[in-house]
Write a protein that binds this ligand. Structure first.
Ligand code: NAP
Length: 239
């Protein structure tokens, strides 16, 4: 059976300028989607969009800070004006902090983590689900973490934000599954990106950004009748 393409589909990837988000953007562009990538840093977005276009894909860079409602609302207005629809939303933008116990964490750091990893996903769904419903549905894919399944000493706020993201995703999935929108989560273990130092881990054994992109590709190309709601992605060998 030949794999479905995403031809004619409009895809939006938050945090698409580098790391996992850039790999997801490349992969979905290979499936012939028109990909929009957003983030706070225009040069990184432009560089990634340029590489995707140079390899024959379609990609547009748009600046957006997912923690800022006005920025998200402006992005939604621009996407609607430019493309008139949205078929796949990948909520990938995220930050972490793994440098000490919770009782020493500055409150501003807690706020930044939750504003990005949880509030940001709410803002994106709040702004884009109406357009996705009008587009006939498809997929919202939230990039969570294996930290959403485990205790994580010295990363408590990050783990809590990702446990929260899973609860948010499972609940919204029930609100939207009857309306042709699948909401799923991908929960990868450590991935070799700039995200965090991953001290003591062998990069050769770690997951690569492309492995997460492959999981997203599987979710976005399922038959319309099927709904894989969660992928937990581990490296074969412990890094
Ligand atoms: N790497 C891992 O080990 C790992 C494992 C499991 C899950 N994850 C998850 O995977 C996702 C991507 O991680 P990564 O490894 O690719 O990290 P990364 O290389 O640090 O990239 C993070 C991306 O998010 C964007 N971003 C951060 N804050 C943002 C904001 N307020 N608004 C818009 N964009 C924002 C960044 O762009 P700007 O800074 O330009 O805004 C960047 O493009 C995260 O949700 C992370 O929690 C990572």
């Amino acid at each position: 059976m030949s794999e479905r393409t995403l031809s004619e589909k409009i895809v939006l990837v938050t945090g698409g300028g580098r790391g996992i988000g850039a790999a997801i953007a490349h992969t979905l562009a290979e499936l012939q989607a028109t990909v929009i990538i957003c983030g706070r840093t225009l040069p990184a977005l432009q560089e990634t969009a340029g590489k995707i276009r140079a390899s024959g894909g379609q990609c547009e860079a748009m600046v957006c800070d997912v923690t800022d409602w006005n920025s998200v609302a402006a992005l939604a207005a621009r996407v609607e004006q430019t493309f008139g629809r949205l078929d796949v939303l990948v909520n990938n933008a995220g930050i972490g902090s793994f440098d000490g116990p919770l009782h020493l964490m500055p409150p501003a750091k807690w706020d930044a983590i939750f504003d990005t990893n949880l509030r940001g996903v709410f803002y994106m769904m709040r702004a884009f689900v109406p357009l996705m419903l009008a587009s006939g549905g498809s997929d919202i894919i939230n990039i969570s973490s294996i930290a959403s399944k485990n205790a994580l000493a010295n990363g408590a706020a990050y783990a809590a934000s990702k446990w929260g993201l899973n609860g948010l995703s499972y609940s919204v999935a029930e609100e939207l599954r009857g309306k042709n929108i699948r909401v799923s989560v991908v929960c990868p273990g450590s991935v070799h990106t700039e995200f965090s130092p991953h001290a003591g881990k062998d990069p050769g054994k770690m997951l690569q950004a492309e492995d997460v992109a492959h999981a997203v590709r599987m979710l976005a190309t399922q038959a319309p009748r099927a709904f894989a709601s969660e992928i937990v992605l581990r490296p074969t060998q412990k890094p």
